[in-house]
Design a protein around this ligand. Structure first.
Ligand code: PMP
Length: 376
């Protein structure tokens, strides 16, 4: 039995997404920019998906801009907003636990003359809104802070932070990477006080190579990719109609069950943590009040990659820390106080509502076997 527990890396597209993509490829294959009927039909497919995604975050559809994925959305948010607002205000504030697509982009802007302040969690491994507010000042143009951390499931206080930042510094643009929160926790643009929100299709059963950036009305973002002026000039390039259709179809389906799925996955996390409780060398690195979709653990003394491949030999797929870092430690666990041997042995188990207790049993048995057999 194959057990896929790497859903924070990517998810299996749902049947609705596949069907929508196939329909777009076989029936609505026109170029949405073309002025004839075939083009219009493709444009209608995009408009439908744009509306479903906009509705899901309580936004107008004019505020949704399609991209090739959240990496591009994060690039567009940071580069585009800093280009629009950072001429005089040269400071950018981010959390120290961002995904590489924010961290590396901020590092690049730093090389280009911006000052980047990275806010770390406190000693207790938790974030406080006040620390972000204190890092901001009159010269700050942008704050970027993810909602759910992809390695641990930790939920950052985005709403409290953005509200406090906006109260004190109304000119600062607020961006949140909601990739691991979207369709799992409620993500509402206004409630979060977010000017910019990054979303990804393949983390929500929608398919790879598509994402979106929400841009609040009135907020300026300069394009990173220029050309034929698609997406109102914010993101040129012929739209990937099939993947956009798939993304929209997945959202339309999942938006109805956010709470039920959250409750179900919370049960699964409880079950998993309960089963691991008896394993002396196993430590849970994720906070109890984190997103239940991500459970980071350490079989202390057994290096992540070795254990990962042992599990793989049993057809069980998990990730070491963060899949995006291709085995390289990102330093994010250290920020949360998980260091040395414990960090070296970290494994990320990430679930969906379709994960079963039986699959978690198979994982726990194999982990136990691995702890006995694997050298370290
Ligand atoms: N942000 C976070 C928090 C992520 O987990 C990921 C995917 N690993 C990304 C951004 C990048 O998303 P994409 O794969 O759509 O480029």
């Amino acid at each position: 039995m194959e057990v896929y527990l790497d859903n924070a890396a990517t998810t299996k597209p749902c049947a609705e997404a596949v069907e929508a993509a196939v329909a777009a490829m076989t029936e609505n294959y026109g170029n949405p920019s073309s002025l004839h009927r075939a083009g219009l039909n493709a444009q209608l497919v995009i408009d439908g998906a744009r509306k479903d995604i906009a509705d899901s975050i309580g936004a107008d559809r004019e505020c949704i801009f399609f991209t090739s994925g959240a990496t591009e959305s994060n690039n567009l948010a940071l580069r585009g907003a800093s280009a629009a607002y950072g001429r005089k205000n040269r400071k950018i504030v981010i959390s120290a636990v961002e995904h590489a697509s924010v961290e590396e982009t901020a590092a690049d802007l730093e090389k280009k003359g911006f000052e980047v302040v990275r806010v770390s969690p406190r000693e207790d491994g938790r974030y406080y809104a006040a620390d972000f507010v204190n890092a901001c000042d009159e010269n700050t143009c942008l704050i970027s802070m993810m909602y759910v951390n992809n390695e641990t499931g930790y939920i950052l206080p985005v709403k409290e932070t953005f509200s406090a930042v906006k109260r004190r510094y109304p000119h600062i643009i607020t961006h949140t990477d909601c990739v691991q929160a979207y369709m799992k926790l409620p993500v509402k643009a206004n409630a979060l006080n977010a000017d910019l929100i990054s979303l990804s299709g393949h983390k929500i059963h929608g398919g790879k190579g598509v994402g979106a950036l929400y841009i609040k009305k009135g907020v300026r973002v300069l394009p990173v990719i220029t050309g034929g002026k698609q997406e109102k000039g914010i993101r040129s390039g012929t739209e990937s109609v099939p993947m956009i259709a798939a993304f929209g179809a997945a959202v339309k389906k999942l938006v109805l069950t956010i709470t039920e799925r959250y409750d179900r996955v919370s049960e699964l996390k409880k079950y998993l943590v309960g089963r691991l409780d008896g394993e002396e060398s196993v430590k849970v690195n994720s906070p109890e009040d984190g997103s239940p979709y991500v459970v980071n653990i350490s079989a202390v003394g057994k290096r992540s990659e070795i254990m990962l491949h042992f599990l793989e030999s049993r057809e069980i797929y998990v990730s070491s820390g963060s899949a995006c870092s291709k085995g390289q430690q990102s330093g994010v666990l250290g920020q949360f106080g998980i260091r040395d041997k414990r960090a070296d042995s970290a494994l990320r188990i990430s679930m969906t509502a379709g994960t079963t207790e039986a699959e978690l049993d198979v994982f726990c048995e194999a982990l136990r076997e691995g702890i006995e057999k694997v050298r370290g």
